[in-house]
Design a protein around this ligand. Structure first.
Ligand SMILES: NC(=O)c1ccc[n+]([C@@H]2O[C@H](COP(=O)([O-])OP(=O)(O)OC[C@H]3O[C@@H](n4cnc5c(N)ncnc54)[C@H](O)[C@@H]3O)[C@@H](O)[C@H]2O)c1
Length: 214
């Protein structure tokens, strides 16, 4: 994680402490930091069973206005960063012949949407990266899957969801009639990371109240 959002660092430290875990700071844009992060985990715990590639950024603006910097800023975290962290983790997992990776994609990795060209491309890339890594690492008993959440109330969507019309459009457009919750996503991730059959690999599971089923 990085510390740009107020309170996140403390929350991560607190969560790690209460779980007897380890909180490490990482700028995902730097593959060397990703590799060091994995090495620190292995030093501390002697193994690495699960990676959840959750970090992500969004830039919402019309495609005609996207700059090179905008494009790179999104891909560098959502796609390039996720790949190099997965690669570092999988070096450990494939050698131990066990491991699970869960990538956090998005409904906008499965369908298009306005004002999200860089984000949709990164998440669509992550969906297909999930398939490719699953194919390569299945022989090593490493499963790679993804979840694709619908819009969820988090700091990423605070501005978007401050508009009641936007909330209304999303909830009425979602067959389940509500936004996704962090619990919806967390339960799906926990299932894929821990209890799903190992024969399931390369899939992207929508967690979207039926939004992409329409
Ligand atoms: N909120 C939604 O509606 C929604 C919907 C679908 C998918 N997602 C995805 O869920 C994931 C979590 O997003 P969120 O909604 O909790 O957003 P958020 O903005 O609350 O959290 C994003 C996290 O990514 C971290 N991050 C950003 N750049 C980083 C970097 N360079 N290195 C390391 N960490 C970095 C931030 O520090 C933050 O902890 C993202 O991948 C996002 O694309 C979110």
């Amino acid at each position: 994680m990085i510390t740009e959002l107020p309170g996140q660092r403390d929350a991560a430290l607190h969560a790690a402490e209460s779980l007897h875990g380890l909180a490490l700071e990482l700028d995902l844009r730097d593959p060397a930091q990703a590799a060091r992060c994995v090495a620190n985990v292995v030093d501390r715990f002697g193994q690495l069973e699960v990676l959840v590639n959750n970090a992500g950024v969004v830039i919402r603006k019309p495609a005609l206005e996207l700059t090179v910097e905008d494009w790179d800023a999104v891909q560098d975290v959502n796609l390039r960063g996720a790949f190099f962290l997965a690669q570092a983790a999988a070096k450990v997992m494939t050698s131990r012949r066990t491991g699970r990776i869960v990538n956090i994609a998005s409904i906008f990795g499965l369908v298009g949407g306005p004002n999200r060209a860089a984000y949709s491309a990164s998440k669509g890339g992550l969906v297909n990266l999930t398939r490719s890594l699953a194919v390569e690492w299945a022989p090593f008993n490493v499963q790679v899957n993804a979840v694709a959440p619908n819009v969820t109330r988090t700091p990423m969507t605070e501005k978007l969801l401050s508009d009641p019309d936007a909330v209304d459009a999303i909830t009425t457009g979602t067959p389940a009639g509500r936004l996704t919750t962090a619990e919806d996503v967390g339960e799906a991730v926990a299932w894929l990371a821990v209890s799903a059959p190992a024969y399931i690999t390369g899939v992207t599971l929508p967690v979207d109240g039926g939004w992409t089923a329409k």
